[in-house]
Every structure is written in C-alpha cells, then in structure tokens.
Design a protein around this ligand. Sequence first.
Ligand SMILES: [Zn+2]
Ligand SMILES: [Zn+2]
Length: 110
Amino acid sequence: MPLQVACPACGERDVLRGARDGDRIALVCGRCGREWERSVRPRCPTCGAGDVEPVPLAIVEKGRGTQLSVVGTRTIHLCPTCDAERLVRYHANRPNPLMPDELPTLPDVP
Ligand SMILES: [Zn+2]
Ligand SMILES: [Zn+2]
C-alpha cells in the first residue's frame, strides 16, 4: 500500500514505515525517526463513497463443544448504499457488534 504522506518533521516520503491499527496508521520516518499517527479515511471499495460508517464486526470462533463465541471485534466500514442491508442489521442489534456473514461451521451434532 503506497502511503500518500510525508514526514511532518523532515518531509521524507519514501523511507516511511507504517503499521496499521484499526482506523489509524502509526508511522515512523526512516530518516529522522519522527513518529506520528494518521487516521485513515476509509472509502467504500465498491462505489467509492466517503461517508462509510465504522461498525464493529464480531470475531467469532468455535468455542468448546458446539458453542460459537465472540472473541473480539474489529472495525469495518459499511457503505450506506452498498452495505445497506448489513447496516440495518447492525443498527437493529446495537450495541451488539455485527455478526459476520459466514460463521465457522459447527460440527454435526449426532
Ligand atoms: Zn523525517
Ligand atoms: Zn458503496
């Protein structure tokens, strides 16, 4: 991913390291060592709209037995046009996180 960003201290553009953390990118300049953060302005990958909404998506894993357990959330961005159905589902269940479309398959119960 090319970073369209320059170091605020020395203007370096090429020797930057970035580590993405949710909505933010922690950047380190390889020339002067300056560290700073910038937030990502997400866009809809489908239609390019910029007014996407951050939504917590549940990270679901198979727990013990036949239970699915939510082990955490990560932020995704839903487009009011392309992801309208999922946004409605999220708002209907707030403050619970959105459940992923595909859940881990449970073993068949005999
Ligand atoms: Zn720098
Ligand atoms: Zn869209």
